[in-house]
Structure formats: C-alpha cells, structure tokens
Design a binder for this molecule. Structure first.
Ligand code: NDP
Length: 372
C-alpha cells in the first residue's frame, strides 16, 4: 500500500499563528500578528462575482497585512463601482485579455482567483507565471491532475499557493479539530458532515458539468471532506458513494444530491450528504454517547454552537469575516516565508477524494482512494 499523505499539522498551524494550544479557543489571531512595521501586500481579486463582492472585498477592509489594490473583471460596468468603493487606481485594473500584464505591476503581490471552477487551474498557473503569489478558491481544480499541475507551477515559480479554505483558520473548527483529535488520540468512531442548499436554477454555472465539474459535490462536498479529515486527524482510505437526480431538467450529466461514506484506517466512518436540492449545514463527531457538534457548521461567518463533550454550548470569539483571518495568514506566510496551512497539497488531497467519489458512483462499488 502507498504511504498515506498526512493531513494538517496542527502544531505547525498553532506555531504559525503564534498561539499556545490553550489559546486556540479565544481567537487572538489578528492581535497576535504583531509586526512593528507591517508592509501591506497588494491583492488583486479576479472575478467580481458574488463571493468577491459580498465577502472578500469587505473582508479586505479589515486585513492588517494585505490590502485590495487591483481587480480583474470581464464586465467593464463593474469597474467604476469597485474603483470608487475601494480606491483602486486605473493602472491596477485588468480584464482577462490583459491579465498577464499583472507581471509588470509591482503593487500586486497576491492574485486571488474567484472564478468559476473550470477557470481555477488556468488562471492560477498564469498568475504564478506572472510572478505572483496566488490564493485560489475552492474547489482547487476540476480534478486531481489539475491540482498537481498547479502545485508544480507554484514550485517552479517559487511562489506560495493558498486554497480559499477559510475554515482552516476559523476558531470553532480549530477547537473541534483539536478536541476531537486529542480526545480520541486520533480515533473517532462516527462523523456526520453534511451541507446542502436548495439553490439549483437554470443557467447557474455550478450545475454546468463543464464549468462546475459536478454540482454540489464540487461546490459543497469539499467542506464535508475537509471536516472529516480534520476531525479524524487522518485521510480516508476508501469511499462508497451514491448519487441522485431529483430534477432531470436541471441536472444534465451531474447529480443533484450526493451521498457518500468515507472510511478511515481505524474504522472511523464519515457519512455525508451534499445537495443543491435540500438544506443541511451540520458537523457532528461522536464517541459513544458523547458528541461535538457545529450547526450551522460551514456557511461563511454563520458558524455557531459548539457542543462539547459534556453538552455545553460554546460560542467562540471570531472575526467579522473569516476571510480576513485567512488572507492575513497567507500574507504572513509570504512575509515570513513560512509554510501555508491551507496549501495546494491540502486541495489536492480533497480532489483525490472527490475523484474517488465520482469513481464509486460510476462503478457502484467501494473505491480505494488513490493518493499517488
Ligand atoms: P459568481 O458566479 O457569483 O462569480 C463568478 C465571477 O467570475 C463572475 O461574476 C465573473 O466576474 C467571473 N467570470 C469569468 N468568466 C465567467 C464565466 N464564463 N461564467 C461565469 N462567471 C465568469 O460565483 P461565486 O463568486 O459564487 O464563486 C466564485 C468562486 O468562489 C467559485 O470557485 C466558488 O466555489 C468560490 N466560492 C467560495 C466560497 C467560500 O466560502 N470559500 C463561497 C462562495 C464561492 P466578472 O464579471 O468580474 O468577470
């Protein structure tokens, strides 16, 4: 059997964030990032859609180590609004044809790819070739091979790559990960992680097979997979999956609802449902009759209710925008030349699991996950 690639190194993360493990519960992230003369790195957002407009732009108003300096948009009408709102100069505005000219713009250090999934690999690699550090939104690529190409491009360019995994830096998730791994010394019996929004509609790129790559599995499945890996403290060895179409007019070549079971080497099991035709947002980790639970567990900036082993609910102090912490952590990785926690390697593992889920659906059999 191939050697298992291991998941997140919690100790490294705590070290990077400047935290003692006990203080993970208290969220001192940004205040712990204590630079006497912080140089703010310039960020260019690529693709000014929903996520860039509602979350990333506003989150960048609060960052200490990076700031919004540039935009890349294919919709000229969006440009003046963004320029006015964020004080972005004309010389830092690009479209998809002029994108590669970012190479000649020293004000831009980080390019943040917020495009539909099928464009992630291409624009990440082009930005790396332009000599920029890159944050790429989830899912990292359309399949594991694209992720490998992106990682190679980052190595070749000697630039850093982060995946937009905001929950890698979120206090409730950090506490759950820490508690579940400690309490079981890495052994957990049952995990349930599900995420579903009733959001499919005609024309949505997320349900177009070529643009989204697999509907809810690509868009939402990634969260459940990460949660399972982080709660278990290891990577699953196999998966058994099924999928359903409730509306054949909407779902062409993809499914509306995906149900899958991840199995870990120690017999820990994670059951998940992801769907664009229902609602769920829940992470549950149990041992015997004791459990940890987050609900809502994944939606941006809405996480609440950490039920601990003794049943007490805790709400931890958290930033207004999870993305502020995520982007500042990346900027600090660049400034201090430290490893990225939500790395391309993490994105690749998640895509290898997604590739195996798709194989299991097609073959109707349990599939051993290929981490090579
Ligand atoms: P939207 O559809 O709202 O925005 C995508 C933007 O990409 C468009 O507005 C457009 O911007 C640009 N674009 C360029 N080419 C195309 C094309 N052919 N079709 C459609 N859009 C195009 O998507 P979201 O903002 O919701 O999602 C973008 C990415 O962010 C996805 O990968 C998604 O998975 C991720 N995401 C991550 C979240 C998280 O919590 N981490 C939450 C939500 C999304 P322009 O007009 O400026 O060119």
């Amino acid at each position: 059997m191939k050697k298992k690639r291991h998941s997140i190194d919690r100790r490294e993360m705590v070290k990077q964030l400047g935290l003692g493990s006990a203080s993970l519960a208290l969220f001192p992230f940004t205040s712990s990032l204590n630079f006497s003369d912080p140089k703010k790195l310039g960020v260019a957002l690529v693709g000014l859609g929903n996520y860039a407009t509602r979350q990333l732009g506003p989150a960048l108003r609060h960052t200490q180590f990076c700031e919004l300096k540039g935009i890349v948009t294919g919709t000229p009408e969006k440009k003046p609004k963004w320029q006015k709102e964020y004080g972005i100069e004309d010389r830092h505005c690009y479209n998809y044809e002029t994108f590669d000219q970012l190479a000649n713009d020293p004000a831009i250090d980080i390019v943040y790819i917020v495009l539909p999934n099928f464009m992630h690999a291409e624009y990440t690699i082009r930005a790396l070739k332009a000599g920029k550090h890159v944050i790429c939104e989830k899912p990292m690529g359309m399949n594991a091979q694209e992720c490998k190409d992106m990682i190679s491009a980052a190595r070749k360019a000697n630039k850093k790559l982060q995946i937009g995994y905001r929950l890698f830096y979120e206090p409730h998730h950090l506490k759950l990960m820490e508690t579940s791994q400690q309490a079981f010394e890495g052994r957990i019996k049952l995990i349930e992680a599900s995420l579903a929004f009733d959001m499919a509609r005609p024309g949505l790129w997320r349900i177009d097979k070529k643009m989204g790559g697999g509907g809810a599995l690509m868009d939402l499945g990634i969260y459940t997979i990460q949660a399972a890996r982080r709660a278990a403290g290891s990577n699953p060895v196999s998966v058994f999956a099924q999928a359903y179409i409730d509306d054949p007019e909407l779902y062409k070549g993809i499914y509306g609802t995906y149900v899958y079971q991840l199995r870990f080497a120690d017999n820990t099991v994670c059951n998940s449902t992801v769907s664009f035709s229902a609602y769920s947002d829940r992470l549950h980790v149990s041992r015997g009759n004791e459990y940890l639970e987050l609900q809502p567990a994944f939606a941006a900036n809405q996480i609440s209710g950490l039920d601990t082993w003794n049943g007490e609910k805790e709400t931890l102090e958290h930033a207004e925008f999870q993305q502020t912490v995520q982007m500042d952590a990346f900027a600090k990785n660049i400034l201090e030349d430290t490893p990225v926690i939500a790395s391309g390697e993490e994105g690749l593992i998640d895509m290898q699991i997604i590739d195996a889920i798709k194989k299991s659906i097609d073959s109707k059999k349990s599939v051993v996950i290929d981490y090579s």
